[in-house]
Write a protein that binds this ligand. Structure first.
Ligand SMILES: Nc1ncnc2c1ncn2[C@@H]1O[C@H](COP(=O)(O)OP(=O)(O)OP(=O)(O)O)[C@@H](O)[C@H]1O
Ligand SMILES: [Mg+2]
Length: 312
């Protein structure tokens, strides 16, 4: 559980984050999405008890990050932006060292468990200095998991990983997120979209939006827009679709497809499908054409997009 209220951090005269407020429950994966310098790392450092805020308060795993930072650190797994690793230690020895620092019981078992989770069992005896960047990232992740923390704070967990490893690490995080609280930061929009239960979009130190990936998308589009395609003749199809309750703005396109909208949260696609089939059409496609999270992100953060193409 994470409860953040009005967090503000000034570095000298520069305000890095301003009045950041949000909650994250157990069993929830919350994504921090924002461009460079938005304040993601700053917020995460405060939440892990490494640095006090200038103003505001945060409770993590039931403890105050300023006055009870030791309790917080005991219950939080933190993957920092740059993982400090001792290159002349073996993977196993490094993790054992980290486990000892945290007074973890049955150290060897826990280290094996963490290595297994991140798929590094076969590199346990190798020197950290000889590992690839992605493998080091996974050692960092193993280190964050050692003490089976109830809250995980992961600063760009998939950065530097190859596509295969990205899939594995995302799967692992999703698994962990079922029982614990996960806060992760990312610039990768598809990552936020397919991993997180909720997304906080942060820009210049301010949270500019907070919602489920689906709702964020729907909110900006205002409504969901759908393309309908049938095999062969689509004469009168628009009239059929128009009669379905909840369908709005039906538009028959020159290529024979039909576009229509429905209000956010009122998905009428099942009814449309049933009706179209009942009327004897061969349904081929019923596809949403909402804005991508990427487009929403650019709009909210005011960054110029070079590619305004609509996508799925
Ligand atoms: N130790 C520091 N001293 C002074 N300014 C800092 C310090 N750390 C961060 N900042 C400033 O605070 C702001 C937020 O930085 P932060 O590292 O939190 O951003 P971020 O969202 O993690 O960015 P990135 O995506 O590049 O990692 C930036 O303007 C940055 O220059
Ligand atoms: Mg950062």
């Amino acid at each position: 559980m994470i409860k953040v209220n009005g967090l503000t951090k000034d570095y000298g005269v520069r305000r890095a984050i301003s009045n950041v407020t949000f909650d994250a429950e157990q069993g929830e994966i919350v994504g921090f999405l924002g461009p460079n310098g938005a304040g993601k790392t700053t917020t995460m450092r405060i939440l892990t008890g490494y640095m006090p805020p200038t103003e505001g308060e945060a409770i993590v795993a039931g403890y105050d990050v300023v006055s009870e930072s030791i309790e917080v650190r005991r219950r939080v797994g933190y993957l920092p932006e740059t993982v400090p690793l001792y290159t002349d230690m073996s993977v196993f020895d490094y993790l054992k060292f980290m486990a000892d620092l945290r007074h973890i019981p049955s150290v060897d078992e826990r280290v094996d468990e963490a290595l297994e989770m991140v798929g590094l069992t076969d590199r346990a005896d190798g020197f950290i200095g000889n590992l690839s960047k992605g493998m080091r990232q996974r050692v960092g992740l193993a280190q964050a998991l050692l003490h089976r923390p109830e809250v995980l704070i992961l600063d760009e967990p998939t950065i530097g990983l190859d596509p295969g490893q990205v899939v594995d690490v995302r799967k692992l995080i999703r698994e962990i997120g079922k029982e614990r609280t996960v806060l992760l930061s990312t610039h990768i929009l598809s990552e936020a979209q397919n991993m997180c239960d909720r997304v906080l979009i942060i820009n210049k130190g301010l949270i500019v939006a907070e919602d489920t990936p689906e709702n964020l998308q729907a909110r900006l589009v205002g409504a969901e827009r759908v393309i309908l395609r049938v095999r062969g003749d689509s004469d009168d199809l628009a009239k059929v679709v128009e009669k379905v309750k909840g369908v709005e703005h039906v538009d028959a396109k020159a290529d024979g497809t039909i576009e229509f909208e429905f209000a956010p949260g009122k998905d009428v696609r099942p009814e449309v499908a049933k009706t179209v089939i009942k009327e004897g059409y061969d349904l081929l496609e019923l596809r949403p054409v909402g804005l991508s999270l990427e487009e929403i992100f650019l709009e909210l953060t005011g960054t110029e997009s070079t590619d305004k193409q609509r996508s799925e």
